[in-house]
Write a protein that binds this ligand. Structure first.
Ligand code: ZN
Length: 147
């Protein structure tokens, strides 16, 4: 099995069975995200302990990439603090946009999103959940729109 097949299987698996899916209540913070180019709509819910994400859920409707990306993100950020999440987001962004030649090992399963770089229109689908997470961390209640 080559890497591309492996990545595709991870995306399909997380789209079919999204992890941490559904509202979290009570939540300490939440934010809504919308990608008008594709129609993806996500809500990210957080339970925080100081700077650390104790629990994170998402719900909403979107394409396979947006749902799989959000599912992978929830697994990746749980238990991390703001600083670690900011670093991780930078690596994800570099991978999505092709600035990083190969996904860094620290990305773990998030590396599966690297195939998205071949489809520039889908980068916003994959990054929507991260922008929504950042909005929730900023305790912003206003909807965010990716540009
Ligand atoms: Zn999409």
């Amino acid at each position: 099995m080559d890497l591309k097949d492996l990545y595709r299987d991870v995306i399909l698996d997380h789209n079919r069975q999204p992890r941490n899916f559904g509202p979290l209540s009570p939540a300490d913070a939440s934010a809504d995200g919308h990608n008008p180019l594709c129609g993806d709509r996500l809500t990210v819910y957080l339970r925080l302990d100081g700077d650390t994400i104790r629990d994170v859920h998402f719900d909403g409707k979107g394409c396979a990439i947006s749902v799989a990306s959000a599912s992978l993100m929830t697994e990746a950020v749980k238990g991390k603090d703001r600083r670690a999440i900011a670093n991780l987001f930078e690596e994800v962004h570099a991978t999505l946009t092709g600035d990083a030649a190969t996904p860094p090992a620290s990305l773990g399963k998030l590396a599966a999103l690297s195939g998205v770089r071949e489809f520039p229109a889908r980068v916003k689908c994959a990054s929507l959940c991260w922008h929504t997470l950042n909005a929730a961390l900023a305790h912003e209640c206003a909807p965010v729109t990716t540009e």
